[in-house]
Design a protein. Structure first.
Length: 199
């Protein structure tokens, strides 16, 4: 028994076998519409989706082509290492729930493919460049002609390129835009998109 302001207080012992549940966080590097001030950043900010905490700005350790494609002006990081630029973006700490929500948004692994890659952390206090292993949504199995597009190093939907992103709610559900970019998908095929996979 302890006494606080004269009243006896009983210490409640921690029950045996009860553990604190630790949330496992993973790092995601975003380079497109998920960045701050871009059209899909609200996914990371919505507590109903889980945890999405901004960590730092960063850029890819490897060069990749960052392009804007399809009639909806969607940004894609083409999995073609060594081509393009060191791409700028943002690192977030996310929990499993948020990661699974992002996978739905990006339609991983059917459309974008999420892979671990080295990201250089900007403004890190140490003098050596700090590298974080982060998940990144790449486009694989893309049409080779996409490599002839303009390469960006820092995406903005409102950039001087004039290729403003079109939100999925405004798109034509009968148009298969994946056919414009995927080598294994035909452009003429128009199949309605499942409502849960709207990248
Ligand atoms: N969203 C993901 C991949 C491309 C996109 O628009 C991102 O921002 O990283």
């Amino acid at each position: 028994m302890h006494k606080i302001s004269g009243f006896p207080v009983q210490r409640i012992p921690k029950p045996i076998g009860v553990h604190t549940i630790k949330t496992i966080m993973q790092k995601v590097f975003v380079y497109g519409t998920l960045k701050k001030n871009e059209p899909n950043n609200y996914w990371l900010q919505d507590p109903n989706n889980g945890i999405g905490n901004f960590v730092a700005d960063g850029y890819t350790k490897t060069k990749y082509p960052l392009i804007i494609a399809t009639k909806y002006n969607i940004p894609f990081l083409l999995h073609s290492p060594g081509n393009g630029h060191f791409v700028q973006g943002e690192i977030y700490d996310v929990d499993d729930k948020m990661l699974s929500k992002l996978d739905i948004l990006e339609d991983h692994p059917n459309y974008y493919v999420r892979e671990i890659d080295d990201i250089i952390v900007k403004n890190s206090s140490s003098s050596d460049p700090q590298i974080e292993k982060c998940w990144v949504y790449f486009l694989k199995n893309f049409k080779p002609e996409l490599l002839k597009r303009e390469y960006f190093d820092n995406y903005s939907s409102h950039g001087s390129h004039g290729l403003q992103y079109m939100d999925r709610s405004k798109r034509d559900p009968s148009y298969n835009h994946k056919g414009e970019i995927k080598s294994d998908s035909r452009q003429s095929v128009s199949e309605p998109e499942p409502s849960r996979t709207p990248p």
